[in-house]
Design a protein around this ligand. Structure first.
Ligand code: AMP
Length: 210
């Protein structure tokens, strides 16, 4: 099964991807994580990506599509993959349809009024775990691996505004794109916990695959 995870910044795509990886054994591919690793490593891709990410804009399609295409040619994805953060516009979605098969698009729908607080309060770990400062009680290390938590460079109010705008104008149209293909599974999160959202996603996926 090959899945696209869709959702605004802060919707919880990374958290749900980690749950889904555990349950279905799908390979988690996050373009944001790939860019951050390249920035940290000082690679040419990282140098290009940084200015766009800092501005809350999309990294150019030719760079992003090439990275994903190459990644999907690796052997481990044959058992199924989950794309987190790709595609992010119609062009990328059309390109993806050229080089891979997408079975379902899981759309994690969150009230946009909640997103700014969620993202600006987010603290992450290099192991992939994600927390919110309101539940950390002052803790600065990861419950899962003990490493120090940090705030992503683009999780600040100025950049978040631009990222939400980018999502609304460029990424949200993908909801209709996948609906038209009969592949859209939308989960309305409301006030549900990450575990409850995960249960809703599993139910939709399991029914979809029957
Ligand atoms: P994310 O971790 O998914 O929130 O991505 C962080 C940033 O990386 C985004 O705000 C974009 O600047 C960039 N990025 C991630 N995925 C893509 C993509 N598919 N296309 C273009 N830029 C992307």
């Amino acid at each position: 099964m090959n899945i696209v995870l869709l959702g605004a910044p802060g919707a919880g795509k990374g958290t749900q991807a980690a749950f889904l990886e555990g349950k279905y054994g799908l390979v988690h591919i996050s373009t944001g994580d790939i860019f951050r690793a390249n920035i940290k490593g000082g690679t040419p891709i990282g140098k290009v990506a940084k200015s766009y990410i800092d501005a809350g804009k999309l990294v150019p399609d030719e760079v992003t599509c090439e990275i994903v295409k190459n990644r999907l040619e690796e052997d481990d994805v044959k058992a199924g993959f989950m794309l987190d953060g790709f595609p992010r516009n119609l062009f990328q979605a059309q390109q993806l349809d050229e080089f891979a098969r997408v079975d379902a698009c899981v759309n994690i729908s969150v009230d946009t009024a909640l997103l700014m607080d969620r993202i600006c309060g987010r603290r992450v770990c290099s192991c992939g775990a994600s927390y919110h400062i309101s539940t950390l009680g002052g803790k600065t290390t990861c419950d899962k691996c003990g490493r120090p938590l940090y705030q992503r460079a683009d999780d600040n109010p100025e950049t978040v505004g631009a990222r939400l705008e980018t999502y609304n104008t460029q990424t949200a149209p993908l909801i209709d794109y996948y609906a038209a293909q009969g592949k859209l599974l939308t989960v309305e999160c409301g006030n549900a916990s990450p575990e409850e959202v995960f249960a809703m996603i599993c139910e939709k996926l399991d029914n979809f695959n029957k």
